[in-house]
Ligand binder design. Structure first.
Ligand code: DQA
Length: 150
């Protein structure tokens, strides 16, 4: 049992949140989003570790490093739509993951509607801005608690 350990992973360009396409992604920077996640996690009895990278290989290496964690919240950014390698890494580590997006990827350009990674995740939360991360975190924690009871 013990504390539930969650890895929160952000992919390319998400380090520029707050200044990047604010009309789509809002004005909140990644540090503020991470602080909100940390508070929500503490209330839910979970601890979080944060990771952001613009590189596909670095994200894959990090996924391998957290393979003994209890859960993953991941916003793969544009790699969502292209990366078979990140999809395979999520599958390989067998840690329950929730995919999150600030924007509603289904309401945008056609190429954003398909996610390579969502099929190997427990579920996907998108369209709620920074709250997508909180909802994703609570969803994966709830999933882990239910798995532990089973
Ligand atoms: C995003 C959606 C992706 O299509 C895009 O490439 C991003 C951000 C989101 O959080 O809404 O970089 O993942």
């Amino acid at each position: 049992m013990g504390t539930i350990r969650i890895a929160v992973i952000n992919g390319p360009n998400l380090n520029l949140l707050g200044e990047r396409e604010t009309g789509v992604y809002g004005e909140t920077d990644l540090g503020s989003i991470n602080s909100a996640i940390e508070s929500a996690a503490a209330q839910a009895g979970a601890s979080v570790e944060f990771f952001q990278s613009n590189g596909e290989g670095e994200i894959i290496d990090y996924l391998h490093r957290v393979r003994d964690f209890d859960g993953i919240v991941i916003n793969p950014g544009a790699y969502t739509h292209t990366s078979i390698a990140i999809r395979d890494a999520i599958s390989a580590v067998r840690v329950p993951a929730v995919e999150v997006h600030l924007s509603n990827i289904h309401a945008r350009e056609e190429f954003r509607r398909h996610s390579m990674t969502a099929p190997v995740c427990v579920g996907q939360v998108c369209g709620f801005g920074p709250y997508s991360y909180i909802a994703g975190l609570l969803a994966v924690v709830d999933h882990i608690k239910k798995m532990r009871q089973a």
